[in-house]
Design a protein around this ligand. Sequence first.
Ligand code: DQA
Length: 149
Amino acid sequence: MRILFINGPNLNLLGRRETGIYGRTTLAEIKKRVLQRARALRVQVDFRQSNHEGELVDLIGAAPGRYSAIVINPAAYTHTSVALRDAIAAVGLPAVEIHLSNIHAREDFRHRSLTAPVCVGQICGFGPLSYLLGLEAAVALAKNAGKQS
Ligand code: DQA
């Protein structure tokens, strides 16, 4: 089983970006934790990041047939991107939206997610743990999808 992790804009700056909100853990460290947990669960993970909306759309579009589920932190595109929403809806793979921060406890413009309605669910507010919870959810969803097909 392969799970695709997708990280949106500015998440490459984790560790030094607004540390009061996002903490000091870098994306490389989060990736390490996710891969470690994935090994224990015996699943394969590809972990990607891009600051470019079109590149994220391409990653999602190329996922069917290669991955069983998607875990996505669309970052700022959560709140703006019809293109990402449409891409997730188009591929029909189970997707889990994750955020480090609790977007519902922040500025009003972060309360709305354009992508969450086309995901199975959203996990937010747990810092780097959101990624591990996202992995658990994706593995469960992929196993379930396998049973149904
Ligand atoms: C974020 C929350 C978004 O509102 C923000 O634009 C980000 C990070 C998070 O993980 O908490 O870049 O997705």
